[in-house]
Design a protein around this ligand. Sequence first.
Ligand code: PKZ
Length: 160
Amino acid sequence: METINERDMAFSRIESSVRMQPVHGNPQGTVHGGELIKFMEDTAGIAAMKHAGGNVVAARVDELVFHKPINIGSIVTFIAQVAYAGSTSMQVILTVVVHDLNNFEKSETALTAFFTMVHLDNNGRPKKIPTLKFNTDIESELYALGEKKYNENKNKPNTY
Ligand SMILES: CCCCCCCCCCCCCCCC(=O)SCCNC(=O)CCNC(=O)[C@H](O)C(C)(C)COP(=O)(O)OP(=O)(O)OC[C@H]1O[C@@H](n2cnc3c(N)ncnc32)[C@H](O)[C@@H]1OP(=O)(O)O
């Protein structure tokens, strides 16, 4: 199989929309945080799989922020972007937006997080990934954010 050494950042971007159902709810009647995190991890995982070209696992979640509660019945879009590629790991920036059901041009950010996803080979060992190429000013900013988070994690004591 052909080995890909470099991928454009835009290649891995994923958007996935879901209507939040009663089964996603918590006792307060809004969407349960754990349900949202599962969708976030799946979306981050698919973006990372696209970049890596194979299986990935989540190694870490940083700066998960719940900015707004989400109501049952809302249509929510999960946006995942590989922002930085290390040797075998990726920083995936996850943004969750809630749409205005009467005006889909309007949406609000409800959650944000960084996921560290690691590419694994068939024996479950970390495997090298393509480098990441940015092509626009916005992508360059995302890359800088991802690189900062990667370096912060590498420098944290007792992390691994
Ligand atoms: C709405 C949509 C619906 C769609 C619906 C479809 C669903 C379709 C979904 C498919 C998508 C699946 C997405 C789910 C993914 C899981 O749910 S996975 C389950 C949860 N995760 C786990 O069980 C992982 C457990 N941990 C491990 O297995 C090992 O610790 C790891 C992560 C493989 C690392 O192993 P290790 O031997 O420590 O590796 P090591 O060589 O030291 O480091 C490798 C790299 O990882 C980094 N790393 C390791 N540990 C850490 C750490 N704690 N923090 C940060 N970085 C770390 C290192 O810095 C290194 O990076 P590079 O410098 O190479 O880039």
